[in-house]
Design a binder for this molecule. Structure first.
Ligand code: C2O
Ligand code: CU
Length: 581
């Protein structure tokens, strides 16, 4: 049977309107933001990233996980399924400020409850600024198990970046331990204390090479380590002679500070943590966990051969072999190893060199966001180790930070004053009398989950002050990362910060903005930020075992301005009552 179909009779004027509308859709520039939708499954898998077979956490079968590629203004939606069987998870979007969505920051204990095994959680946020960012697990020491990846946000259509290049590549640097994060965490929280030690391998984009012959023959027979496994063949960057490459180098090491160098090639630093840098040329790049850099590299060397790209440990005495990738000139075979000796980077303990490179990073002319010239509050953080009941801890102003069972964001919105310590943590240490070069004798430090409440829209200075660890004549480098903000880096210095004279040397003209900054050994770093993002934000050392052992703080600002919290972040601690009344 044929059903007759009649076109509805529309008035001519209406048809004309529709036509005009359709034409306008075709001619208007497409500036409206898109939704970038990702479906991820997180699980444990065996991988041989450095030829040694071990359990790692993957996303959709990969570590590093899939890259998030978006444009400024886009909304990123990640539907995350936790298939870890017996382990919780949370993912932090490192460098994304989460303006208006503080519940999507992904910091377990601060902005959300952990995602339980078998559950799916949706993160949704806007990427409001172009640049190079990261994501990684933010639960326990889970990041070190391989749960991380990169976020690349491009400029809007019609906006140009202030430098030119032909190709864009993202490279994540990490360090790898053969034991599990649980073994590490257990050792760290034991009496006597068991330090994690130096990593077995350095990985470039998830690939490294362990010297399997160091293992016993029984583990070799068991197939635990195999240098012919394709999973550990070196990462290669193929370059076309004459072309310029934007390499987005980032570090998510668990412990190590790194030096990145491409044999025979200089690099021009142009971006860091989503801010344009006044270009400067370097032979090698010092990079600390949580930092991102864009460098421009021109493939302008003899193209008949390949070159090494190398990472080496700095600021701790290296006990880990150089991590290697191949800088492959097309059309040479990408797996053809150079016959030259790989770069060994800068001297690991050349503190003047490390400091000089940090000081060289300035905001790019034309893109300078000048900082407020004064601040409303100065908070000084002494970075040390100490001891509590015989347990080794890392601490800030002699307080070792612990996370509460009920996330701060929810507790503060609910006005629950009983779920965390309501006192004000210390604004300073005994700076007049404390000798930063002496080994701390504080065997009776405290732990606390108290937080710093900042006046909304106020300007806050943070002075990071380094000191000696529990080992004589030893001071570590701590990369500090702030959630929810970018801060101005006002200055770095050696020794003890002088609160009268050092502020006179602040760079208030063209300081770079960043979200992660190193605190050099026996030195200080001065930062400034505006407390203008309603929410609760972690600020911590990005070294996984240091934060795990208490080297962090939490800031709150304008929490009363935060919108209604999604119930998807609840389910733990006191918040159970909110979803199962
Ligand atoms: Cu990339 Cu709180 O960390
Ligand atoms: Cu640290």
């Amino acid at each position: 049977m044929i059903i007759p179909f009649h076109y509805p009779r529309l008035p001519l004027g209406f048809l004309l309107l529709i036509t005009l509308f359709l034409v306008s859709l075709l001619t208007l520039p497409t500036v409206e933001a898109r939704i970038r939708h990702y479906k991820w499954e997180v699980k444990y898998e065996y991988k041989s990233q450095d030829c040694y077979k071990k359990l790692v956490i993957t996303i959709n079968g990969k570590t590093p996980g899939p890259s998030i590629i978006a444009q400024q203004g886009d909304t990123v939606v990640v539907e995350l399924k936790n298939s870890l069987l017996t382990e919780n998870v949370a993912i932090h979007w490192h460098g994304i400020r989460q303006i208006g969505t503080p519940w999507s920051d992904g910091t377990e204990g601060v902005t959300q409850c952990p995602i339980l095994p078998g559950e799916t959680h949706t993160y949704k946020y806007v990427v409001d600024k172009p640049g190079t960012y990261l994501y990684h697990a933010h639960y326990g020491m889970q990041r070190a198990a391989g749960l991380y990846g990169s976020i690349r946000v491009s400029v809007p259509d019609g906006v140009a970046v202030p430098f030119s290049y032909d190709y864009d590549r993202s490279i994540i640097l990490t360090d790898l331990y053969h034991n599990s994060t649980y073994e590490q965490a257990t050792g760290l929280s034991s009496k006597p204390f068991v330090w994690v030690g130096e990593p077995q391998s350095l990985l470039i984009q998830g690939r490294g090479r362990y010297n399997c012959s160091l293992l016993s023959s029984s583990s070799l027979e068991a197939g635990l380590c195999n240098t012919t496994n394709p999973e550990c063949s070196p990462y290669f960057i193929t370059v076309v002679p004459g072309k310029t490459y934007r390499l987005r180098i980032s570090s998510l090491t668990s412990l190590s500070a790194l030096n990145f160098e491409i044999e025979g090639h200089n690099m021009t630093v142009v971006e860091t943590d989503g801010h344009y840098v006044e270009p400067f040329v370097i032979k090698n790049l010092n990079i600390y966990s949580g930092e991102t850099y864009s460098v421009l590299v021109k493939a302008d060397q003899d193209s008949s051969r390949n070159y090494w790209a190398a990472v080496n440990v700095i600021s701790r005495k290296p006990q880990t072999p150089t991590g290697l990738a191949i800088f492959n000139y097309y059309p040479n075979h990408p797996r053809r190893s150079p016959t030259t000796t790989p770069p060994t980077g800068s001297l690991w303990n050349d503190s003047d060199y490390l400091l000089a490179q940090s000081l060289a990073i300035k905001a790019r002319q034309g893109y300078i966001e000048p900082p407020p010239l004064t601040s409303d509050r100065v908070i000084t953080f002494l970075n040390t180790q100490n001891q509590i009941d015989g347990y080794r801890k890392w601490a800030v102003n002699n307080v070792s930070f612990t996370l509460p069972n009920t996330p701060y964001l929810i507790a503060l919105k609910q006005n629950w004053t009983h779920v965390f310590d309501q006192s004000s943590p210390p604004e300073n240490y005994d700076s007049a009398n404390y000798d930063i070069y002496s080994t701390p004798k504080n065997f009776n430090a405290t732990s606390s989950n108290a937080i710093y409440r900042l006046k909304f829209n106020s300007t806050v200075d943070v002075i990071l002050q380094n000191g000696n660890t529990m080992i004589d004549n030893n001071s570590e480098t701590h990369p500090w990362h702030l959630h929810g903000h970018d801060f101005w880096v006002l200055s770095y210095g050696k020794g003890k910060f002088d609160s009268v004279n050092d502020p006179k040397k602040y760079n208030l003209v063209n300081p770079i903005k960043k979200n992660t900054v190193p605190l050099h050994s026996y030195g200080w770093t001065a930062l400034r930020f505006r407390a203008n993002n309603p929410g609760v934000w972690a600020f911590h050392c990005h070294i996984e075992p240091h934060f795990y052992m208490g080297m962090g703080v939490v800031f709150e600002e304008g929490v009363e301005k935060v919108g209604k919290l999604p119930t998807s972040i609840m389910g733990c601690g006191e918040t159970k009552s909110l979803i199962r009344p």
